[in-house]
Design a binder for this molecule. Sequence first.
Ligand SMILES: Nc1ncnc2c1ncn2[C@@H]1O[C@H](COP(=O)(O)OP(=O)(O)O)[C@@H](O)[C@H]1O
Ligand SMILES: [Mg+2]
Length: 259
Amino acid sequence: MTSLLKVDNVVKNFGGLTAVSDVSLTLNTDELVALIGPNGAGKTTLFNILTGVIPPSSGSIVLAGREGTVALNGKSAHKIARLGLSRTFQNIRLFKELSVLDNVMIAMTSRYKEGFWSSIFRSPKFYKTEAQMKAEAIELLKIFEFQGQLDTAAKNLPYGIQRRLEIVRALATKPQILFLDEPAAGMNPDETEDLTQLIMKVQRTFHITVVLIEHDMSLVMKIAQRIYVLEHGSLLAEGTPEEIQQNDKVIKAYLGEEA
Ligand SMILES: Nc1ncnc2c1ncn2[C@@H]1O[C@H](COP(=O)(O)OP(=O)(O)O)[C@@H](O)[C@H]1O
Ligand SMILES: [Mg+2]
């Protein structure tokens, strides 16, 4: 396990509000990390910063990945996605009218540079790339048990399956790090259990780093190897599930709510 993403002293101010305050953390290769904390703690904001949706006010983010060592500060979301950081959002963002297969193929196009011009001129290269993309998309969809549903419109899938499709879309960009923002939100217990298995399978099958924002503590404690706890924009604690469960600060600030 080696260090993959190093986040140092990241701050995000929205006007007078400090949503993320001096956060430093490290993500290693091939691990499943959870980011927990009460509503408004800054979890989504931190994801937005790390994936280039918004710039940090200050601080540094350095990826030591397959393209060498790259500073991510100031890079666009598109560039960061190409460097291998992929995410899902708290709200489902599928193309609802499009098929399952098309949803995944669109996500893949971000990896192919010639997409735009060759799709206009329909060059042989376009056909080759499209055939290749389609085969890859189908293979990925099979792993996640979408066979038989490739032509189904996304809007006709049950909610839990739509969320699963979102994860497949995020994986279609071949990430090194996958960020999942409350993937179990709105799911029933069966769907949550399925999702838990799926996230573990994704992490193990692809040997990628998965960062999970999740409120369901039993899910977090079951699958996370390490946990970061955020409160009022600051890191309160870091550790294994056992360490976090016994951490006095965490018990007081967070787990205490339910105790
Ligand atoms: N674009 C924004 N503009 C202003 N304030 C924001 C913005 N995004 C988030 N915030 C504020 O930052 C804080 C952290 O929010 P968020 O990161 O969504 O928390 P969490 O995901 O932990 O619930 C909240 O007080 C929220 O209202
Ligand atoms: Mg959030």
